[in-house]
Design a protein around this ligand. Sequence first.
Ligand code: ADP
Ligand code: MG
Length: 698
Amino acid sequence: MNNLTRIDIKYLHGVGPKRAEILEKELGIRSYYDLLYYFPFRYVDRSTIYNIGDIVASSDMPYLQIRGRIISYSTHGEGMRKRLTAAFSDGTGIAELVWFNNIRRVVEMYPPGVEFVVFGKPTIFNNRLSFAHPEMEKAGPATQAKGFEGVYNVTEKMRNRYFVSRNICQLVDTLLANIRTITETLPPDIIATHHLMGLHEALVNIHRPASLDALNRAKFRLKFEELFFLQLNILRYTRMRNAKITGFRFTTVGEKFNDFYFNHLPFPLTDAQKRVIKEIRQGMNTGTQMNRLLQGDVGSGKTLVAFMIMLIACGNGFQSCIMAPTEILATQHYETISAMAEKIGVSVRLLTGSTRKAARDEIHSMLLDGSLDILIGTHAVIEDNVRFANLGLVVIDEQHRFGVAQRAKLWKKNTTPPHVLVMTATPIPRTLAMTVYGDLDVSVIDQLPPGRTPVTTLLRYDNHREAVNRFIGEQMKLGRQVYIVYPLIHESEKSDLKNLEEGYEYICDTFRSRKVCFVHGKMKPAEKEFQMKLFVSGEAQIMVATTVIEVGVNVPNASVMVIENAERFGLAQLHQLRGRVGRGADKSYCILMSQPKISKETRQRLELMTETSDGFLIAEADMKWRGPGDLEGTQQSGIAFDLKISNLATDGQIIQLARDTASALLEKDPELALPENSRLNRHLHFLFDKTVNWSLIS
Ligand code: ADP
Ligand code: MG
C-alpha cells in the first residue's frame, strides 16, 4: 500500500506531465495512492436506461440516462442568451436537450439520426423534460451495463480545460486495472469481528460500486479504517504520555477549600458545577497528570470552578496559575478571584505584559519562595523566566488555540508536570471532542446558574435599519451599552477594514451625542486595551468591533449586541458573540442584521439562532451545515488530521466503534509489538509520523 505513494501520478497511462501538474495543483494528487484515495462525492446509477415516456416528472429528478436519436435542432435568443435545443426521441416520448455555449461544436458532434445515450439531470421546462448540457455518448453494445459510476469533484480551472469527473473515472479505472493487490492494513480479527470488507475490494467499490450494498460496505470499511487509525494514534499518544509522566496526587481538598465552601461561597453551586469539581478533583488524584477540557456555555460559571480547584491545589501545598488570552480578561479574573481569595487568606497576583518591573520582581520572588498561591495572567505567566517553587495546576481559559505542543511546554515548569485544565465556552460536539481533543478527558457544565433571562434574539433585514437604530437609542437612554460587530471575511484585506471603518463612521454620525469606541484585531495591543477600557469603564456607550470581542469580556451593563452581516458568521461564532450580553440583570437583546437576499438555508440557520440558546444544539447544527473543519479550534488542537471520507457530524457511531476497537487493541498490545500487529503499526507510522511530535514525550 505504502509504495503506491512513491509512484508519481504522471506515470499512469493517460496522465502525462501536463495533467500531472493539474492534478497536483488543483486536487493535491501526486501519487497513485493519492488518486486511489480521491473518492467520489456521489454516484450515479448507469445500470438502467429509462424510457422517456416512463419518467415521472417531479421538481427534483435524479440523474438518469435515456437512449435515442436527435430529430432536429433549433436555436433561440440572441448574443449572450443564445441557446441551442434539440428534440430527442426514443420512440416512447420526446425530451429536449439544451446547450448555452459551444453551440457549433455540439451540432458537429451529435448529428441527428445517430443513436446516443444521453445522461443528465432532467428538469421540466415548457412542460417538457429538459436536459441542460447533458453528457452524450454514442450508443453501443456496452452502454447498457455501466452500473454505478462515481462523480468526482473537479475545480473550475479543470472544467475549463475539459478535465472533468469523467476523466478522473477513466484514470481510476486504469489505475485499478494496474494494481494487482492492495495490501490489507487491518488485522484479520478486527476485519472478522466487524464484518469489514477487505481493503482492496473496498477501494474498488468506492470508485466503481458493484451494487448499492457493495458501496455501503465499502464506505463503512473505509470510514472505519480512517477513524480507527486516528483513534489508535490519539490513544497510543495518551497512553505513552500517561506511562511516561507521573502526576501529583492531590489527596485532600484541604482547609482553604472547605473554609471557602462552607463559609464564603457567594451563591450555591449549581449541580453541574458540583459534579465537575468532583470529576476534576478525582482527576487530580490518579497518579497520572491530568489533561482535561472543561466545557461550559458562556455564563455557566467556569471561573468559580477554576478558583475552587485551585484551592484544592493550594490545600495540597501547590501553586496554581490561570492564563487568559487577553489582558482585560486576565484583569477581570484577577478582580473576581482576588476578592474571593482575600476572605480565606490565599494570595493572588496579576502578571501581564504591562505589569511594572517592581511588581514583576516581587511576583517572581513570591513565586520562588512559595508565598504566592495563585498567579493570574496572560501568556506572560508561562514565559521561561517565570519560575515557581511548586506549580501543581495550570488553568487555561477560553483558549482553544492551545494545542498538544503548548501544553507540553507547561510540563517543564516543574519536575513533575502540573495538572492542566483547559476551559472553553465553545461547545464541542462529543464526536468532535473525541477526535480533536481525543487525548483530553472532558468535563461538561451543562447547566446555567438560576435566574438568567435568556437573550432575546431578533433577525432584522437591512431595510429595518432605522427602526433598529431607534431601538439602540432607546436602550442607551435607559443607560445601557451596545456592541456593534462587523464581520471580517479575510482578516488581512484592507477592504474589510474599510468596511469596518465606514461602519464606525456611520455609527458616530448616527449617534452623535454618544461616545463610540472602536476595536479590531489589527490594532496594536495597547490601543486595543485602551479602547476596550473605555467601554468596560462605561465611558463609551457603543463599541464598534470585529469578532475580537467574542472571547470572554464581561460588561454586565451591555445589553444590546448588534451583529452586522450576520449571514456571514458561523452559528457557533454568533452564539459566542451573543454570550457577551445578558450578563447583568437587564433584559438583553441580540439583533442579527442580514441582507434581505439570503438563501433558504442561511435563513434557517439565522432563525435557529432566534429560537434557541442551547450552545450544544447550535454547535451540532453548525457542524452539520459547515463541516467540522470550519469549527473554531479544530485546526489548532495540535492533533492534525485530514478526513477523506468520514464525517464527524454524522459518523458518531463509527467513531465510537473505532475508538473502542483501538482501545481494546492497545489494551492487549500497548506497544503494537505483536507480530500480527506489525503491519498495522507500520501503517500507523506511515499515516502520522509527520503530524505528531513524539519528541515531546520521549
Ligand atoms: P463563564 O463560564 O462564561 O466563564 P463566569 O464564570 O464568568 O462564566 O460566570 C458568569 C457569572 O455567573 C458570574 O457573574 C458569576 O459570578 C455567576 N455565577 C457563577 N456561578 C454561579 C452560581 N452557582 N449561581 C449564581 N451565579 C453564578
Ligand atoms: Mg469565563
